[in-house]
Ligand binder design. Structure first.
Ligand code: SF4
Length: 468
């Protein structure tokens, strides 16, 4: 018995039979710094879920991440009992092509589909397969192979990013991927993750002790003291967070964490606690000024973001354009609202009814889904794929680009904003005497020193007076 787990094949971000040039396989360059030209932050991220599954099966498992089609086919000929193909909706055709090739080249091999793409209606009919994993993958695969479902979770040793570079030069550092759990109970109508996991949180690391032990393991094996946390809303679980911090302080661990968390979760803590925890990056869903999601109710988002930045925590604020209430008159208000947050990074995403979400159900039932748009174009960074009351698809492309450009022209390159944040955090801790906070100050100083060589280049090349 052997299992091959694979992501979809390259090349990516080209117009061909399987994909589109706008669907870039880089998180920041695709949907955050995409209009910042030479100042765009460049990096790739591994398919964390595949590595997590592989680490937790007794069945011998091979992971192919970002293979070419010929690499995939060559691997197939080695004889696998099962092939698992993970994909998102815009990669539907790639998954379909790979599954068809499995049937041709290895007809006795079982095909399992996984990832958010499995929420596509009738996916079993559209893509050759023998099983579909919707939701949590480790337990699913263990059951599929007759392995004990309740065995403890082992954490894989995977870097959070690779090919990292800025201004053409590699940027250093070792950052490990940390996966405490999947899913979010908040149920925002547009959110794929919350719906994929049925509005439940599925923890892999249940307690602060388990998170601490996982970090110790990654530190020992990878030399990592920085962790990018793949968990939709890590700070929501206060008890776990507090236990983690307590253990870090007991053991003198000056680790750093990049996190996703909603405003309500962040506001459970005082700013000093977040500093002590070593949070260096926070991704916050601001979404919209007028359409206030429950997670943001009663929160002064700008005040929150500025407080975080002034304490050395880099913030990515994400917003949604072409919400159903948006008109030509009021969409500017939301763009300005996001730009006015003065966050280090801003993501603009087009409202995207993706299968499985409440939003999809609503748009689909009202007959506004543009079914003629192929799945390759359902990614939120080019044109909307539903009938909007105020915007055409072509207009959505122009407005999206304008939003990114406005943020860049007003706030300057994100890397410069990050340097400002580190400097502010460092200065705020200038008088710190608490040994733990002194350690945090030293970390901020090192981040600033690493950043410093890029500052004169930004000053020389930046388009905006403010940045220069
Ligand atoms: S809070 Fe974030 S992760 Fe949770 S449902 Fe809303 S958008 Fe999704």
């Amino acid at each position: 018995m052997a299992l091959l787990l694979t992501s979809v094949f390259k090349p990516y971000a080209v117009d061909d039979d399987f994909g589109r040039k706008e669907n870039v396989m880089e998180l920041f360059h695709n949907q955050v710094t995409r209009e910042q030209g030479v100042f765009s932050l460049r990096m790739n991220h591994p398919s964390a879920g595949l590595h997590l599954i592989a680490e937790n099966l007794r069945t011998p498992t091979m992971v192919l991440d970002f293979p070419s089609m010929s690499e995939f086919e060559r691997e197939l000929t080695k004889g696998y009992d099962t092939v698992g193909i993970s994909f998102i909706v815009p990669n539907f055709k790639k998954a379909q092509h790979m599954a068809r090739r499995v049937r041709e080249l290895a007809p006795r091999t079982r095909i399992v589909l996984g990832g958010h793409g499995t929420m596509i209606p009738e996916v079993e009919r559209l893509i050759p397969c023998d099983a579909v994993c919707r939701g949590e993958g480790v337990g699913f695969m263990r059951r599929l192979f007759g392995e004990p479902d309740e065995a403890p979770i082992r954490h894989p040793k995977v870097e959070s990013a690779f090919n990292r570079h800025f201004l053409g030069a590699p940027t250093g550092g070792t950052s490990a991927m940390l996966m405490p759990g999947n899913g979010c109970p908040n149920g925002c109508d547009f959110c794929c993750t919350t719906h994929f996991f049925k509005r439940q949180y599925i923890p892999y690391l249940r307690t602060g002790r388990e998170v601490f032990d996982a970090c110790c393991g990654l530190e020992a094996s990878m030399g990592a003291n920085e962790f990018f946390v793949l968990d939709e809303n890590f700070l929501k679980y206060r008890e776990r967070t507090l236990e983690l911090l307590s253990l870090m302080e007991q053991h003198g661990k000056q680790w750093s964490f990049g996190l996703f968390s909603s405003a309500e979760s962040i506001n459970q803590y005082g700013i000093e606690l977040l500093q002590r925890l070593g949070i260096f990056f926070l991704w916050i869903g601001v979404e919209s000024k007028r359409h206030v999601y429950a997670k943001n109710k009663g929160v002064d988002m700008k005040a929150l973001i500025q407080k975080l930045r002034s304490h050395g925590i880099v913030v990515l604020a994400s917003g949604i354009l072409f919400l159903e209430h948006h008109t030509r008159e009021n969409i500017d208000e939301d763009i300005d609202y996001l730009v006015g947050m003065e966050a280090d990074f801003v993501q603009f995403m087009q409202l995207g009814p993706l299968p499985g979400t409440a939003l999809y159900e609503r748009i689909e039932q009202s007959g506004r889904l543009r079914r003629e748009v192929p799945y390759e174009e359902w990614h939120g960074q080019h044109r909307i794929w539903f009938e909007h009351p105020a915007f055409t698809a072509e207009e959505s492309e122009r407005w999206l680009r304008e939003a990114f450009r406005r943020d860049y022209l007003v706030n300057g390159p994100s890397m410069l904003r990050m340097a400002e944040t580190y400097l502010a955090g460092y200065q705020r801790l200038a008088g710190a005497t608490d040994a733990y906070l002194v350690g945090r100050r030293e970390l901020l100083r090192r981040r600033l020193v690493n950043h410093w060589p890029s500052i004169p280049v930004i000053a020389a090349l930046a388009r905006t007076a403010r940045a220069r």
